[in-house]
Ligand binder design. Sequence first.
Ligand SMILES: CC(C)(COP(=O)(O)OP(=O)(O)OC[C@H]1O[C@@H](n2cnc3c(N)ncnc32)[C@H](O)[C@@H]1OP(=O)(O)O)[C@@H](O)C(=O)NCCC(=O)NCCS
Length: 185
Amino acid sequence: MIRYVDILEVRPPVAMRVLEWRNSHRVRRGMLSDALITEEEHLRWLDSLASPLKRQMVRVAFMGEEAFGVITLKDIDRVSLRSDWGMYIGDERFLNRGLSKHMLYSLMEWGFEDEGLERLFTSVLASNVGALSLYLRFGFHLEGRFERHIFRDQRWEDVYWIAAFRKRWAEIRDDLKGMAEEGLS
Ligand SMILES: CC(C)(COP(=O)(O)OP(=O)(O)OC[C@H]1O[C@@H](n2cnc3c(N)ncnc32)[C@H](O)[C@@H]1OP(=O)(O)O)[C@@H](O)C(=O)NCCC(=O)NCCS
């Protein structure tokens, strides 16, 4: 059974595992910035999440008692009802098992249903083919491409911007739920 717990409510060792995940080469490689994060920066970031503005919210994914990944809504705009978002599986034992489909479904349900947002958007490195194809399957559409936006590992990389709207979510939610549950079999 997968459940999601606000990072401000998990035990301190779990919150610190999230720092290890954020700093792992595999997770950093999928992010716009691959800078290493210090413990002090991580603690400051956790503090910032407690602000009443709630511009970013972070949930840790658990399978039983094991924490394995993160879903987040960030730069939430409560006037324009939109949010950037992100996700990753930190614990490698949980990769390639289809669990990201459950994570993405839960993130969309959280954003569109619980937070009442109209638009969810994010960026994806062009080389992150697995993530991009997952997002397109889940009703996100391409809005733009920033060419040669990132210089990393001695080469330039393009970044895609993708988005989904609440209306689309309402149309395909039931199909997405089916796909999300496939990941659990
Ligand atoms: C992105 C991430 C969460 C995906 O999790 P995963 O365990 O690798 O992928 P899953 O096994 O859950 O695959 C889910 C779906 O993704 C798609 N997918 C995954 N790898 C793929 C690939 N190489 N090519 C095409 N589609 C792929 C498929 O649609 C797959 O669905 P299926 O199981 O029905 O075939 C994980 O790889 C990760 O944490 N990456 C590092 C951080 C990151 O890049 N985050 C995203 C930043 S935008």
